[in-house]
Design a binder for this molecule. Structure first.
Ligand code: FES
Length: 574
């Protein structure tokens, strides 16, 4: 039953008045077979769908859009599906991170320029989730997020395969000469077995979990495998709920608070989630007018236990996590670290949503007194190499490398690294520190997932499987290793990474949160004075806009003109 006047709906301005423009809107709705009863006085629900033939993670989202529509109709709304750019992690180049803000802009402007009263956001592949949420937060209409859901477990000769993590593991074995071409092809055909997102606790599952903890999804939604029959049911229920949310006028910025972002950070830490969450959560908070610094991640990391035993840092996969109780069960274990009063799309608090959650496998989802790690899943580092910060996923690194000093082997670009890394003449040993620069937001550009630098082949053959690696790039959330990422400011804009020379000693002390190059200040000043910036590669187009407005990793990599909550007027209808 409507709890507010239907004439107060945004869509009424398009469909309701007895004037020339509304005549046009109604007559063209009629041309698509709609009658007045379909939409008159009803909330118009925009279903922002990132389905595409080029995005395997979203290949089921056409069907899910129909499930959402079914729910919207059932609840007395008018569903309108709106396709938006797909950010297909595996296919889009140079990196989907170039286009996260573009999808965020598209989402916001689709909602603004059309008669939407509320929206359902369909996506899940890495950058899609933050992009859709960023746009929806900025537009601030009632919004509910339907996560694409993870794939089934991978399988190869009876062994379970996990997205990303096992690609890198077996690629290293192939380069070491331990896997032949036939086995490699079998792995290729067994590692991605269904629709859905990567099924390790990579960026996709980290960010869909974040969406749920922030209050944007129905309880448990983010853990349901994409092809489980509970997934279309969840989509249907989301369609039903968004109509109620419009009548209740529950908007993103009514839900989001500093406490809900703390909850999201704590969940990322307890999940041993992707380092990419540091960037995306900062950007999401910026859209809500909330300041979330990388130091907050570190403060919470010092006291938040890792409870999810999931790859790449643990043992299991998302399918196991779902059967073990999923995110509600993990949050239930994590209760002492959460503000349970935060609001959610259900109209209830986070605490009410998880009140009945149970854990069915305490090796997958640990009890708080038996964590995988007591604290420190993600560590924020500072020092003369990263004055504005850097991040390392300590839980996914070889522990001995978390306190390490070694000589730098420096690559000025990704291409140079590829050309030299397997050169038998490369001066490198297991204690060396691999450094990659010009791979940040502006330098690459787009900050690709290059931070998991390959181990040189001659060291692989000698049995080395992890080394300290440092870059201003990101790393796939499905990868592992002692990789210091997001070094800020990046080298392309003159951050100190630009001044490292081959053979310099670099010191990491994760416990002390320190990352330094052991070069004295005078010498650093000399190198800084001699440094010259490189030219950007985009003379025009979106790339030029990107270069002009992208912010640094520690600030969330949003465009400067998209941050904040300054009101934008509704479009004129003339
Ligand atoms: Fe889409 Fe991993 S490639 S989630």
């Amino acid at each position: 039953m409507p709890s507010r006047d239907p004439k107060s709906l945004r869509s009424y301005r398009w469909y309701g008045p007895d004037d020339l423009r509304s005549f046009g809107h109604r007559s063209r709705a009629a041309s698509m077979g709609c009658i007045h009863a379909d939409y008159a006085g009803k909330p118009v629900i925009a279903i922002i769908n990132t389905w595409s033939d080029i995005n395997p993670c979203h290949s089921h989202l056409r069907d899910r859009a129909e499930d959402v529509k079914r729910g919207v109709w059932q609840a007395g709304g008018f569903p309108v599906e709106m396709p938006a750019i797909t950010l297909g992690e595996t296919f889009q180049k140079p990196t989907t991170m170039m286009y996260r803000n573009l999808l965020a802009m598209e989402t916001e402007e689709l909602l603004r320029s059309y008669p939407a009263d509320g929206c359902v956001l369909l996506g899940g592949c890495d950058k899609t989730t933050p992009a859709l949420l960023m746009g929806a937060i900025s537009m601030n209409l009632p919004a509910i997020f339907v996560p694409a859901g993870p794939m089934l477990r991978g399988n190869w000769q009876g062994q379970i395969l996990g997205s990303g993590a096992d690609v890198m593991k077996y690629w290293a074995e192939r380069r070491a000469g331990n896997i032949d071409r036939q086995a490699w092809q079998q792995i290729e055909e067994g590692i991605a077995r269904s629709a859905g997102t990567c099924m390790t606790m990579g960026t996709a599952s980290t960010m869909t979990s974040v969406a749920e903890v922030l209050g944007f999804s129905l309880p448990g939604a983010s853990s349901i495998p994409a092809v489980d029959s509970n997934h279309p049911k969840m989509a249907n229920l989301s369609g039903r709920r968004i109509v109620e949310m419009v009548w209740e006028d529950v908007k993103p910025r009514d839900i989001l608070t500093a406490a809900s972002f703390d909850n999201a950070v704590a969940a990322v830490l307890a999940l041993s989630g992707s380092t990419n969450a540091v960037i995306h959560l900062s950007a999401l908070a910026g859209r809500a007018g909330i300041k979330l610094t990388i130091d907050r991640f570190d403060q919470l990391s010092r006291k938040t236990p890792v409870l999810a035993n999931l790859r790449p840092s643990g043992k299991y996969l998302m399918e196991d996590f779902y059967y073990a109780g999923g995110l509600p069960a993990l949050l239930s274990s994590l209760k002492p670290h959460l503000d349970l009063t935060c609001r959610t799309v259900t109209g209830k608090s986070l605490g009410e949503n998880i009140a009945c959650a149970e854990t069915y496998n305490t090796d997958v989802i640990r009890r708080i007194d038996k964590p995988v790690m007591a604290s420190g899943g993600l560590v924020i580092l500072r020092g003369n190499l990263a004055p504005d910060g850097a991040v390392i996923k300590a839980a996914a690194a070889e522990p001995a490398l978390l306190k390490h000093t070694g000589r730098a082997v420096v690559f000025d670009s990704y291409d140079e690294m590829n050309a030299r890394i397997d050169d038998p003449g490369l001066t490198v040993d297991a204690d060396s520190v691999l450094v990659l620069r010009n791979s940040g937001p502006k330098g690459a550009p787009g900050m690709p997932e290059w931070g998991n630098l390959p181990i040189p082949q001659k060291l692989l053959k000698a049995g080395v499987r992890d080394m300290l690696r440092i870059s201003d790039a990101r790393m796939s959330g499905t990868n592992y290793g002692a990789c210091v990422l997001h070094v800020s400011p990046e080298s392309f804009v003159g951050g100190p990474l630009a001044f490292v020379k081959e053979g310099d000693l670099i010191e990491l002390d994760a416990d002390a949160r320190k990352l330094n190059m052991l070069v004295d200040d005078q010498e650093l000043s000399r190198r800084r004075a001699a440094w010259r910036p490189k030219e950007g590669i985009y003379p025009r187009g979106y790339g030029k806009l990107f270069m002009q407005h992208i912010k640094q990793a520690n600030e969330g990599c949003d465009f400067d003109f998209l941050e904040g909550t300054a009101p934008i007027p509704e479009p004129e209808i003339h």
